[in-house]
Design a binder for this molecule. Structure first.
Ligand SMILES: Cc1ncc(C[n+]2csc(CCOP(=O)(O)OP(=O)(O)O)c2C)c(N)n1
Length: 283
């Protein structure tokens, strides 16, 4: 499948904008889950600016695709995208993580339009996504459910119970995306609890599975465009190999940047580095 080059470069540009907004939000809060927010930007941008059928003017539109951010600590990346798509004004995030702010470190479905599930306690998103996909089947509806998981999150046994259920119920309308950045909270996944061979595991659980470079916009778009019809019988898994802290040289692949902060001055340096990369790509 060939993805439109103009779309790829437009969304690559958007990814740079979103990474800069992630940095700004961290400055407001004084901290944030930077590493895992930065790693998944291309995935979220491709979903929200290309794939997902959503209508920001009607966040609860019954025919919308459902997106569940199971790795809820990545909300830093989701918030600016929902604002940019028009679910709420960007100014609402001006006191991000303040006591009276609807926007906390983890997303709250009761406070933020466009957030499908309150997440943060890892290991629950895929179970709810299975429930959503089953609902669509029972209603003979055509919408899909997408669920983004962290790789460290896969240590939770509930993920695999949900994975088994999805294939039992033939949920071809369900897509799991794994942000395979290789790190959990405090170290490499393969040291904490080895996951490999990960692709084979998902296949053994009955999922059609592909592995891609999740920071390569063309590959992410191609994987999403190549999804079979939602009426199919096999759930779909996209393992997206990414870099934790992607785009910020001193954060990349550094466990200590799972959660951290930058002051205003450092934030300017980081955003300058992101801009430089944008120019290097010819955006
Ligand atoms: C049930 C549960 N246990 C522990 C945590 C604490 N925690 C927050 S982030 C994180 C690491 C998760 O790793 P991964 O899913 O790979 O996230 P990423 O590297 O993509 O940020 C952990 C253990 C949690 N949020 N929920």
């Amino acid at each position: 499948m060939t993805v439109d080059p103009a779309l790829i470069s437009r969304l690559e540009e958007k990814a740079v904008d979103i990474r800069k907004k992630i940095i700004d939000l961290t400055v407001i809060a004084g901290s944030g889950h930077l590493g895992g927010a930065l790693s998944m930007v291309e995935i979220l941008v491709a979903l929200y600016y290309h794939t997902l059928k959503v209508d920001p003017s009607q966040p609860k539109w019954p025919e919308r695709d459902r997106f569940i951010l199971s790795k809820g600590h990545g909300a830093l990346a989701l918030y600016p995208i929902l604002a940019d798509r028009g679910f709420y004004p960007e100014e609402l995030m001006s006191n991000f993580n303040g006591l009276d702010s609807p926007f906390g470190m983890h997303p709250d479905m009761n406070k933020i339009p466009g957030v499908e599930m309150s997440t943060g306690s890892l290991g629950h998103g895929l179970s709810v996504a299975v429930g959503c996909a089953l609902t669509a089947r029972l209603d003979c509806a055509s919408w899909r459910t997408f669920c983004l998981l962290g790789d460290g999150e896969l240590n939770e046994g509930t993920v695999w119970e949900a994975a088994m259920s999805a294939s039992k119920y033939k949920l071809g309308n369900l897509v799991a995306l794994v942000d395979r950045n290789g790190f959990s909270l405090d170290g490499p996944t393969e040291e904490i609890m080895p996951l490999e061979p990960l692709k084979e595991k998902w296949i053994a659980f009955g999922w059609d599975t592909v592995e891609i470079d999740g920071n390569n916009m063309a590959e992410v778009l191609n994987a999403l465009e190549s999804l079979p019809e939602a009426s199919g019988e096999r759930p779909q898994c996209i393992i997206a190999r990414t870099v934790k802290g992607k785009g910020v040289s001193f954060m990349e692949n550094q466990s200590e940047w799972h959660y951290g902060c930058v002051d205003e001055q450092k934030a300017e340096e980081v955003k300058a580095e992101l801009e430089l990369a944008r120019k290097g790509r010819g955006c």
